[in-house]
Design a protein around this ligand. Sequence first.
Ligand code: 13P
Length: 241
Amino acid sequence: MRKIVIAGNWKMFKTQAESEDFLREFLPHLEETPEAREVLLCPPFTDLNSLSKYLHGSRIQLGAQNVHWEEYGAYTGEISAPMLTEIGVRFVIVGHSERRQYFGETDSTVNLRLKAAQKHGLTPILCVGETKKQRDAGETESIITAQLDKDLVDVNQGNLIIAYEPIWAIGTGDTCEAMEANRVIGLIRSQLRNSNVSIQYGGSVKPNNIDEIMAQPEIDGVLVGGASLEPASFARIINYQ
Ligand code: 13P
């Protein structure tokens, strides 16, 4: 059974105080959310510990935005999987296009991070997607196929979420048409060994397009950036019709 997973990726937004303000307003909205929907927040590392305590006993799960492949070592600026699991983090975003674009993440480091996350019991959310230039050149399918081929070597597809995030749709307000996102996600699914992997769409998901996106048969959830920062808009997204 494919699970519905709705995740907020806060990127580099919100201090601890701001994140607790968010939750005070957001949590009551969960009372309307069907049990079958898994709700996840992926705040900055510095918020994880306090949110983990704040959310104890709530149905919101926590995800980190990255993880290193070693358990410890001289890797200034990195965080390891045991550091995350110790504080109750269960998920981690890996290979986000912003990591690939600005911080030199490659398919081979993405692969190492995915395997390390799984080894320590974290569920990774692997992000794949094409640039505008690649889409215009008709390369969407080949780029995504190549990313999946390299990123998923020796990765356990029984403990994995994938997010299709077309780079041109991220933070631009230029959402991928729901039917086109559905088509690409179907293509991603056709390349997996495990047909139960949940596959999300991400890129300018908003309260005004969530219902149409979630009505698509191949789309199992969303990875939301900007619209997950406001309690009312993220609440509308998790409570899609
Ligand atoms: P936006 O929802 O702000 O476009 O960001 C999408 C994203 O990158 C989620 O990981």
